[in-house]
Design a protein around this ligand. Structure first.
Ligand code: NAD
Length: 358
């Protein structure tokens, strides 16, 4: 029997995540159940994904009775900028979207974050649906309502919390995803295992990136993320755990000028460094970092970066999770058991050095 799972996310405004192959063709009918009164929508997609899937989505939306338009922006993290958002606002006004109409984010995490931000701010907020098409977005970014864009001085520095009203994850779309982004997306799945599920981590230890397992992994990943987000929607406590590996990961991406290393790869290195630093500080049980390194290798992900601890720290100081003289970092007691520690910013260099085994 084919896999189908619906996960309910019980946030302030609750919504469902449906994981099922072939669901793209049926998206109009499913959206109609959630947004019966809307008349118009804009499908936002990037220049790689739109030629592959936008017509299928539009046909399904029109069959359900919606007037559907398509807005395409140039693919890539380097385009996660205000200029692309302005293009989305123009498309929304051209399509005459009202507050009861909606946007559809069709693509990876970049599309979801930007379309979500445009939807959060256009007319002070319109509904939006996530149709994620990458491993990363199906397993992480499409759920939780974090939306935003990058600035020159750092990633995701402008944004808002805006939950989608429905998430439709169709693993069939992953067959066109370049292999590098398949492995990259496993960074966030491994993260979910590290912070809250030794079982999920063990599945990846056993199966690596075997795509026969992907829907099972997605369901477990989304259950973990949904639980964390429900308990702490606006990131004042537990949700910070989802940033495991991200302080250093974002610093690596910034040092690399957002080219040459993908987000999940950078987060993978960040997780390994934090696990090593935790072991050196005596807070993580020994062997934790080795397990993460073995899993990253099994998934074909990098385990090292070329930047000095000083350069990484300088970039990390701009991280928006930093609070004045202190910053929150996420460490592991063991695989599946994470905690947040507030450290003086001056201590980060020591952590990074220990994480790099220097
Ligand atoms: N909001 C959140 O909670 C959250 C969480 C994690 C990451 N993110 C963000 O997600 C972004 C990374 O997401 P991503 O890795 O999905 O990147 P992405 O959206 O850039 O997609 C990766 C590449 O794959 C292409 N692509 C996407 N789907 C495809 C498909 N099915 N077939 C062929 N090509 C396809 C895209 O055009 C792009 O070139 C980062 O900006 C990161 O900050 C957000």
């Amino acid at each position: 029997m084919s896999f189908s799972k619906t996960i309910h996310v019980n946030t302030g405004i609750p919504y469902d995540v449906i994981i099922e192959r072939g669901i793209l063709q049926d998206c109009g009918r499913l959206i109609k159940k959630v947004l019966p009164k809307a008349g118009r929508c804009v499908i936002v997609s990037d220049s790689n994904v739109a030629p592959l899937y936008a017509d299928t989505v539009r046909n399904s939306l029109e069959a359900a009775g919606y007037k559907a338009y398509i807005n395409v922006f140039p693919a890539g993290e380097e385009n996660k900028r205000l200029t692309a958002i302005e293009g989305m606002y123009r498309a929304f006004t051209d399509a005459e979207l009202s507050r009861s109409d909606f946007a559809v984010a069709l693509g990876g995490g970049v599309t979801g974050d930007m379309c979500g931000f445009a939807a959060a701010t256009y007319l002070r907020g319109i509904p939006f649906v996530q149709i994620p098409t990458t491993v990363l977005s199906q397993n992480d970014s499409s759920v939780g309502g974090k939306t935003g864009i990058d600035l020159d001085c750092g990633k995701n520095l402008v944004g808002s919390f805006h939950q989608p009203c429905l998430v439709l994850a169709d693993a069939d779309t992953l067959c066109t995803l370049p292999p590098r982004y398949v492995t990259d997306g496993f960074g966030e799945i491994i993260k979910h295992g590290c912070i809250q599920s030794a079982d999920l981590f063990e599945l990846i230890e056993e199966h690596g990136t075997d795509m026969a397992m992907i829907e099972e992994l997605t369901a477990r990943s989304i259950e973990i993320k949904a639980g964390v987000v429900e308990r702490d929607e606006k990131e004042s406590g537990e949700r910070m755990l989802l940033n495991f590996g991200h302080t250093i990961g974002h610093a690596i991406e910034k040092c690399a000028d957002y080219t040459g290393i993908a987000h999940g790869e950078a987060v993978g290195i960040g997780m390994l460094m934090m696990a090593r630093a935790g072991e050196a500080a005596g807070t993580s049980c020994s062997g934790t970092a080795d397990r993460i390194e073995t899993v990253l290798n099994k998934c074909g992900m990098p385990t090292k970066c070329e930047f000095s601890p000083e350069k990484l720290c300088e970039a990390a100081m701009l991280d928006k999770k930093r609070r004045g003289e202190y910053m929150n970092i996420v460490l592991l007691h063991s695989i599946g058991d994470a905690f947040v520690e507030k450290i003086p910013c001056g201590d980060l260099l020591d952590f990074v050095r220990r994480g790099m085994d220097i």
